[in-house]
Design a protein around this ligand. Structure first.
Ligand SMILES: [Zn+2]
Length: 84
């Protein structure tokens, strides 16, 4: 999280916004959890396990939907529909 989601001030790694004093530790943890789920999904895909990657990506998107996670989810969805 580069900017405060409330006032858009730059955070520079801080977990409390210097401008509006919002405490962002919980939100940052949710973002990290979502990134970890995307990482786990990539790991499963590296082992050709699309079935396991799908649910991990859905959980990641529910926590924090990034364009990268959404693109990966779309690829997994298309790939899982394709006959092997
Ligand atoms: Zn702020």
């Amino acid at each position: 999280m580069d900017r405060c989601p409330l006032c858009r001030a730059m955070l520079n790694g801080a977990d409390t916004c210097r401008r509006c004093r919002a405490e962002l530790r919980s939100a940052q943890q949710v973002e990290r959890d979502a990134q970890a789920l995307v990482g786990a999904a990539l790991h499963r895909l590296a082992h050709d396990d699309t079935e396991a990657a799908g649910p991990l990506l859905r959980r990641a998107l529910a926590l924090h939907a990034t364009p990268d996670a959404l693109a990966l989810w779309r690829l997994v969805a298309v790939s899982s529909r394709r006959p092997r």
